[in-house]
Design a protein around this ligand. Structure first.
Ligand SMILES: Cc1ncc(COP(=O)(O)O)c(C=O)c1O
Length: 493
């Protein structure tokens, strides 16, 4: 379909038509529907198509040019630019690497003989299917048809009650009124964005960060400000500088076992982050997708539990330790923000599946959850330890850097200067090994020497085999370093 046929305007709206056209085209460019270097339609023909004046189109194209989406070639027309860093514009994915564009949408094609360090999702053999089957039957016998009616948008009340008690172990004291059930953490990010992020608003994220969050903020037309994350959290001076400069609507952060780096904030930085939020009146969005997997006794306190002024929206996902296909998570929301969140949730999908909410409620109430989480912790801890050993033995001596995480599923490794992880990705793929290059985790897919390895979907033997294989590929790529050149490994305690 011609992407320009997808431009929509609402002539009854109060927003100027040229702004609507500008936004519509900018969205299509960001979504990749209109590719780099494509020529925009001539002014007169687009004006006719949309039933507006030529001047309206001229102004829309001027706005696109001002914001860095297009450039004009005299005597030729207006062309889509490869995107720059700050406008959220980017080089097309095809230029970055074969197959990477699929990863942007969380989809990678994996052959059965591949070892995949790319997926951070548990494999189905770890799902508690039998237990859940019994609960589903019990729920259907108990609640019959009401399971399949529309549910309360805020979430099934008894589940919210169960979650309030569940949260106590994380030091979060809240009430059922502040819990909002969501259809997975991804929806949580989306709902929060819908509620609070307007076109052009600045949003601060860690760099690198979770791809799904970047995609959501971009879809709202946000200006994404990236602050590099260090092994103990963001640089707080830089953060303050950027807050002053951009006056962001929110700061999106994963303080424990960050995705993709596995880094965790130290307690002092957690406090500083909250203090900056209080000082500048910025909302914090805390994405807690993994704090259950704490292997070294690190203090995985959540920001929400430390927040004395109620500025944090806490997002909890169970996807990494339970069953991602259940599409279930929840938010804990500052009281004054609840009406907007509820409206955005209702506009998204009305309510989360009643069957899943009720089954998960019973799962918590019957204490089966506790056994399952202990089971997952054992499985992952074994893989975690093997991974640390293998990296220390085979990879670190090659001059590849890694600040070992304290828990979670992800390891972030950085090649020596001058090497690109996109190139490494391609070499690995040729050898049936999958890694995730760092370019995936930035707003403009810029090349990165770093890459993510995840232990979620690899068995212990595959870790040993895979890391050995990776070391051979790396050896060929960067050459073995003399021991004097070895980068030492500093655990962050
Ligand atoms: C940091 C982070 N947040 C949110 C999500 C999405 O989780 P859910 O499956 O609950 O939507 C993911 C999934 O990978 C993630 O890594």
């Amino acid at each position: 379909m011609d992407p320009f046929q997808m431009i929509h305007i609402d002539k009854a709206a109060t927003e100027h038509m040229y702004i609507q056209i500008y936004k519509s085209i900018a969205d299509l460019i960001r979504q990749g529907q209109i590719k780099s270097n494509v020529k925009l339609p001539p002014i007169r023909s687009l004006a006719e198509q949309l039933g507006v004046n030529n001047v309206t189109i001229v102004k829309a194209y001027d706005e696109l040019e001002k914001e860095g989406y297009v450039h004009k070639k005299i005597g030729s027309g207006t062309y889509v630019k490869p995107m720059d860093h700050h406008g959220g514009a980017r080089e097309p994915f095809e230029d970055v690497g074969r197959g990477l564009e699929q990863m942007d949408r969380g989809q990678i094609h994996i052959h059965s003989d591949m070892i995949s360090f790319s997926s951070a999702t548990p494999t189905p053999d770890l799902f508690p299917v039998e237990d859940f089957k019994n609960l589903l039957i019990e729920i259907l016998d108990r609640d019959a048809g009401s399971v399949f009616g529309y549910q309360e948008s805020q979430g099934y009340y008894p589940l919210r009650e169960s979650l309030v008690s569940y949260l106590q172990q994380y030091g979060i004291c809240t009430s059922v009124n502040h819990v909002q059930i969501i259809t997975g953490a991804q929806q949580g990010i989306d709902v929060i964005s819908k509620a609070f992020v307007e076109y052009g608003d600045a949003v601060i994220v860690e760099y690198p960060t979770y791809t799904g969050a970047i995609a959501t903020f971009k879809s709202r037309g946000a200006k994404i400000i990236e602050i590099p994350i260090l092994p103990d959290g963001m640089d707080m001076d830089k953060l303050e500088e950027k807050i002053q400069e951009y006056k962001p609507k929110l700061i999106y952060t994963m303080p424990n076992f960050q995705n993709p780096t596995g880094y965790s904030y130290n307690s002092q930085k957690k406090k500083q982050l909250l203090e900056l939020a209080y000082k500048y009146n910025v909302l914090i969005v805390e994405d807690d997708y993994l704090s259950d997997l704490n292997f070294n006794g690190y203090d995985a306190a959540t920001l929400k539990s430390m927040d004395m002024q109620d500025v944090t929206i806490y997002i909890k996902s169970f996807s990494k330790v339970f069953m991602p296909g259940l599409r279930l998570g929840f938010l804990v929301i500052p009281s004054k923000l609840h009406p907007q969140i509820l409206a955005a949730k209702h506009a998204s999908d009305i309510s989360t599946s009643g069957l899943n909410q009720r089954a998960f409620d019973l799962y918590l109430r019957k204490g089966i959850w506790k056994h399952h989480i202990q089971f997952m912790q054992r499985i992952y801890e074994e893989r975690f330890e093997i991974m640390v050993r293998c990296l220390n033995e085979y990879i670190i001596p090659l001059g590849v850097c890694c600040s070992m995480p304290q828990g979670g599923l992800n390891f972030w490794l950085c090649l020596p200067e001058g090497f690109s992880s996109n190139e490494l990705y391609r070499k690995c793929e040729e050898n049936n090994l999958l890694i995730l290059p760092g370019s995936i985790f930035s707003s403009n897919q810029k090349e990165s020497p770093c890459f993510r390895l995840s232990i979620a979907a690899v068995y212990p033997d595959q870790i040993k085999l895979g890391i050995k294989k990776l070391s051979e590929i790396l050896e060929r790529m960067i050459g073995k370093k003399e021991s004097s050149n070895i980068h030492p490994y500093f655990p962050i305690l």
